[in-house]
Unconditional design. Sequence first.
Length: 380
Amino acid sequence: METQTLFALPVVLALEPVAGEPPARLTFTRDEAAALAALIAADLHALVPQVDAARLALAGALFDQVELLRPGFPVWAALDELARRVPRSQLENVVAFGSHQGQMPAQPLEPSPTYAEGPMRLLPMSLLAPAGQAEELSEQLEIQLVGRGEAGALTADWLMRTLGIRLEHVRYLSRNDLLALTCVQYEHVNLAPLWALLETALLTPYREEATMSARGLAVRYADGKVLAQSPSQWLAAQTGDAGQRAHDFAGIVFELRQYAALLDAHQLPLQLQPDAAQPAAAADGYLLETLSTVEPGYDPPTLFAHEAPGLGVVAITVAQRGDGGHARALAHGYPLQPQALGLLLARLTDQYGIVAELHASGRIVLDAAGRLGAPAAALH
């Protein structure tokens, strides 16, 4: 066990493969990880000599940034915990963890093949520094890595030979550098509001953060999850002709799908804001808001699909028709992933005890007040 408190300073080695040449594997064996750690230790010593006062802990695995930037930073947390268990006297200042019989020593250190095609692969490591040296070392890492953090030629050559790929760049980044890089990437694709929520969840999870998406949907972070305004509530507050409102509604759902995909990758739960009656989280790839109960004086509930070009089904409305064909909406569901439509239909048919027959007209239907609705007459 350690005889003094060690502070963990997170670092990554960022690999940028030549386009179209992703690594054929995502982990290194124990021996490979040890060999790589020795090369990295030499690189870091040349860049920041103060690292000699710290222990280098390395995970021999390649991740996408969405896997590393998750609440609680679980990859680094697992790496730090494993490293602290190893008596310092046994391994001097370097400890590396690789795969054995195809498995890493802890589940959080297993990269997911889902993100294996990303343009950048990241190998996480920590510098465990005594309290007296941690602050100075942290400052030097922030200064030196961002300016001159290219990996040494021996390290880059070893990686290319071992992985059988060509690399455009191999450089060291602090975790703060990685956060800043991800922020710029999200801003570049018009997702700055989403990053504001993610940054809060990562760095100050006890705080709340409210913002507005680029298209005007209210979203906020609170209590470990992201709460989104209901698309139907957003639509009810809009003005303009029906065609434009329907087009804008489709855009809102498209944007919500983008948010849902990235939040899922970062393992941050998404659900509708509490003012949406009986909201459901997006754990199964859809969101559901229940507006009203079944009215005995109306026809049995039916399912109606709202569709938009290029997006397919953007919403499903459960509605009842009464005298004169008037339709009252009972619920709206929003499939956020292609495979979620079947799950949403199963949920609605079970909840309302109806046949899974989905009526569609190929468009988004609004009622007389411009809200998301259902046709007055049945579709055939």
